[in-house]
Design a protein around this ligand. Structure first.
Ligand SMILES: NC(=O)c1ccc[n+]([C@@H]2O[C@H](COP(=O)([O-])OP(=O)(O)OC[C@H]3O[C@@H](n4cnc5c(N)ncnc54)[C@H](O)[C@@H]3O)[C@@H](O)[C@H]2O)c1
Length: 256
């Protein structure tokens, strides 16, 4: 039985992951944390995040799934690493300092961690298609357009940045510059990837990569219709993670 804890359990993603975990015959929800507490979910009562050290030591989960906000996630990963609990990081919007702090804590705790800005299986295929397209369309103008609901805090999305990194690592020559939106006099230069964030309504998550060439263009697009795509992927990732060696993994490793 895989014992699971969830941070951000009251959130849009956290609540869906909670329901998905409760449906798994080989998983048991042993702890849930958020800012507003005392709600009963399954057989547990949501705990205050300020009690995370105490509750992790008492309930001994194998894995903690975190979908919160970047600053909170870094603290939650630190607590998990010091309690020897593996982590599935779904939170996005980290700056470089936060990323390196999180990685250092994971390594110091010798735990297993999977970090992905997008747990949908479809997005992994989308990223593979981008790699393939970039090999042949490197000379074209490349623009990434993402759209999300109006409550999303970080922009551009972690997936849009991941798509840009995948493209940049496939292109030959100098690393392209990322240009975030355009305003005023802003002519396009050759070596750039434009990244644009649209926010509105209840859009779950759309990502389009446009390869615009002379006389033709290709668009590669992924659209998530439901958060269940991310929740199911995060739960699969938790199951996969607990049988790996200590270290930091991405969704690519899961699909090798
Ligand atoms: N990796 C993926 O596949 C994927 C998919 C969707 C969303 N996300 C990311 O997941 C994160 C959460 O998204 P959401 O739509 O569920 O947001 P949300 O605002 O609905 O939920 C976040 C939850 O975290 C809680 N929280 C905030 N600070 C906390 C703390 N210190 N400790 C514990 N809980 C805390 C909030 O109270 C809230 O309940 C965002 O970073 C989002 O970009 C990732």
């Amino acid at each position: 039985m895989i014992k699971v804890a969830i941070t951000g359990i009251n959130g849009r993603m956290g609540a869906m992951i909670c329901d998905t975990v409760l449906d798994q015959p080989d998983m048991k929800l042993v702890a849930g944390f958020d800012l507003v507490v005392d709600k009963q979910v399954g057989k547990i009562t949501v705990s205050s995040i300020s009690d995370i050290d105490k509750v992790l030591r008492k309930t001994k989960p194998n894995v903690l799934i975190d979908f919160t906000i970047a600053a909170a996630c870094v603290q939650n990963v630190k607590a998990a690493a010091s309690a020897g609990v593996d982590v599935v990081v779904g939170t996005t919007g980290f700056d470089e300092l936060q990323q390196s702090a999180m990685k250092a804590d994971i390594e110091a705790g010798r735990i297993r961690a999977i970090i992905s800005p997008n747990y949908s299986v479809g997005v992994q295929v989308f990223l593979k298609l981008l790699r393939e397209a970039s090999k042949n369309l490197g000379g074209c103008d490349i623009e990434i357009i993402e759209a999300h609901h109006n409550k999303k805090k970080d922009a551009p999305s972690g997936t849009a940045l991941k798509a840009a990194d995948v493209i940049a690592s496939t292109l030959t020559g100098e690393k392209p510059k990322y240009v975030y939106g355009r305003e005023g006099t802003a002519p396009r230069s050759g070596g750039e990837i434009g990244i644009h964030a649209v926010r509105g309504g209840d859009i779950v998550g759309d990502h389009t990569v446009l390869f615009a060439c002379d006389g033709e263009r290709i668009e590669i697009k992924h659209q998530a219709h439901s958060r269940q795509a991310f929740a199911s992927g995060a739960v699969k990732a938790a199951r996969w993670l607990v049988s790996q060696k200590p270290g930091i993994y991405s969704m690519d490793d899961m699909f090798r």
